[in-house]
Design a binder for this molecule. Structure first.
Ligand code: F6P
Length: 558
């Protein structure tokens, strides 16, 4: 199938004619190279690994096990040029309002830039503001971590409970789990769900006198967070009296007036700005729980890792630029090959929350159906993103990855070194499994091989012929591998920034706005309207038959 751009106008610096031509050529090229025989291309091209992998310091991105060749990369580079990806990247770094539907700049890169950098929004350098909040966070974190800032009864803080959801939860929750070997502060907990079970289970076993709540919400209106924060305040006030609230609450928000109304002492309120999207906010004060857990110096290493990737993204030529190449291969899989999903499999238990974090980053950014100008898209947009750590996933859903009817590109992520030198055997087994899975996806197993293997095990020929088809793996299934030396704050920051910029690159190729999220609004509005119906305060006249039936059941069983 030859892909066509659909003739819509794309805004920005897009050369639509060149884009549609490159896209059509990519479709034709995909058909020409199919079926792409991985074993053959590795045999014929001894330089394939070096041609289809990139390094940035110790970070390695390998896409040699995907069905791309040198021509594919040329066409993808033409596509990126036609889509104006680099020009738009520069507009992002320049603080332009590239989030057009919300008329906002997109400058999370400023949050990890050094103090002396010059990054401006609407003509104003924001670096002084960024570092002033960082310095205040560091002073606060130091005072909590050292025990100098105590709870109302004079006990030091032993547990921090972050109350937030979406971007105000997933980033800090993912990063604090990832950086467990560096924890030397209070224990951190995360409450996000409106389900009372979440806060109830979290508070069980915590001592109010030793607990600090961080209420994290960009808007300070999100119903989940406000409800959980009110429950936490009551829990604390019931135990220690309402005057104790001041020493047990801090807040992170862009809506400082609403925080003040909630009653949190302004010395414990840390702001950020509307040019920081929720799912890009863990670098801002939203990262406070990370800083409380690992300390300000290591938090700055985390920011430095992301900044290193920003500089690479901003300056490396297209073909040597990891986020650009990562995005181009992603586009190849999603649009040219029409694969509906991608699996992210960290071979690192501490990255267990990475797939969930990337679900918001990728799917809330690129799960869009209209172009920047509001016209419907003509190509698929963001894929379904999912995953679990290896090796657990191998014993759950890898069956489908190997033999299912959909092809799902897999992203393997692993560190060369673990943090448990005394458990080196575990690390060796982990890495062997990681490599084996990408190899198995690529190599597969033919019917003849499966039959021969059964016969070699002593199975009679007739029986072997019957069983062998179940043991065939098509192979030639694409995967990418990301490796780095060790998961430390710097490496984590760099990895997350790589993924952020990949999402950006893909969005420019899709022609969509990655920085709004109108798709989450309708459900919120309907939940507000349904609340009185669920409680029985209103009849719910005019409800659709299905919802009315469900409400009737719930009311009967309440
Ligand atoms: O899910 C929608 C969303 O707006 C996310 O983008 C955001 O991260 C989350 O809700 C939480 O919003 P807030 O930080 O304003 O509470």
């Amino acid at each position: 199938m030859i892909y066509r751009g659909g003739g819509q106008e794309r805004t920005n610096s897009v050369d639509r004619i060149a884009f549609d031509r490159a896209l059509a050529e990519l479709g034709a090229h995909r058909d020409e190279v199919a079926p792409f025989d991985f074993a053959a291309v590795f045999r014929e091209d001894s330089a394939r690994f070096s041609a289809f992998s990139l390094r940035f310091d110790d970070l390695l991105l390998d896409w040699s096990k995907t069905a791309v060749d040198r021509r594919t990369m040329e066409l993808l580079a033409e596509l990126a040029a036609a889509a104006g990806v680099e020009a738009r990247r520069d507009r992002m770094f320049a603080g332009e309002h590239i989030n057009a539907t919300e008329d906002r700049a997109v400058l999370h890169v400023a949050l990890r830039a050094p103090r002396q950098a010059a990054m401006a929004v609407d003509g104003r350098n924001v670096m002084a503001d960024v570092h002033s909040v960082l310095d205040r966070m560091a002073a606060f974190a130091d005072s909590i971590r050292s025990g100098e800032a105590k709870g109302a009864t004079g006990k030091p803080i032993a547990d921090v409970v972050n109350i937030g959801i979406g971007g105000s939860d997933l980033g800090p929750a993912m990063a604090t789990a990832a950086l467990a070997p560096f924890h030397d502060g209070p224990r951190t907990h995360f409450v996000s769900n409106i389900d009372g079970a979440h806060i109830a289970d979290t508070l069980k076993g915590l001592d109010p006198a030793e607990t600090l709540f961080v209420v994290a919400s960009k808007t300070f209106t999100t119903v989940e967070t406000m409800t959980n924060a009110a429950t936490a305040r009551k829990w604390l006030a019931d135990a220690l009296g309402s005057e104790a609230v001041a020493s047990h609450f801090a807040a992170v928000s862009t809506a400082l007036d609403r925080v003040a109304a909630f009653g949190i002492d302004e010395t414990r309120v840390f702001g950020f700005w509307d040019w920081v999207g929720g799912r890009y906010s863990l670098w801002s004060a939203i990262g406070l729980p990370i800083m409380l857990a690992i300390g300000p110096a290591r938090f700055r290493d985390f920011l430095a890792g992301a900044h290193a990737m920003d500089e690479h993204f901003r300056s490396a030529p297209l073909r040597e630029n990891l986020p650009l190449v990562f995005g181009l291969v992603g586009f190849w899989h999603r649009v040219v090959c029409n694969y509906p999903a991608r699996a992210v499999i960290p071979y690192d238990q501490r990255l267990a929350r990475l797939p969930a974090y990337l679900q918001q980053l990728d799917m809330e950014s690129n799960g869009k159906g209209v172009l920047l100008n509001g016209a419907p898209v003509a190509t698929p947009t963001g894929p379904l993103v999912w995953g679990e750590p290896g090796t657990n996933g191998q014993h759950a859903f890898f069956q489908l990855l190997h033999q299912g009817t959909d092809i799902i590109p897999v992203e393997f992520i692993a560190a060369a070194r673990g943090h448990e030198p005394e458990l080196q055997e575990h690390q060796d087994l982990l890495l062997a499994n990681c490599l084996a899975q990408s190899q198995a996806l690529m190599k597969g197993r033919t019917l003849a091989e499966a039959t021969a293997q059964l016969v070699a095990k002593g199975v009679a020929e007739g029986e072997a012929a019957a069983l062998a088809p179940h043991r065939v793996f098509s192979g030639n299934r694409p995967s990418l591998t990301i490796l780095y030396r060790q998961l430390d704050p710097f490496a984590l920051g760099r990895l997350i920034a790589l993924y952020e910029h990949r999402v950006f690159v893909e969005a420019q190729l899709f022609g969509i706005n990655a920085f709004d999220q109108w798709g989450v609004e309708l459900g919120k509005e309907l939940a507000t309207a349904l609340l009185p119906v669920v409680t029985g305060a209103s009849e719910g006249d005019g409800l659709d038959g299905s919802t009315a039936g469900l409400v009737a059941y719930l009311q009967a069983e309440r």
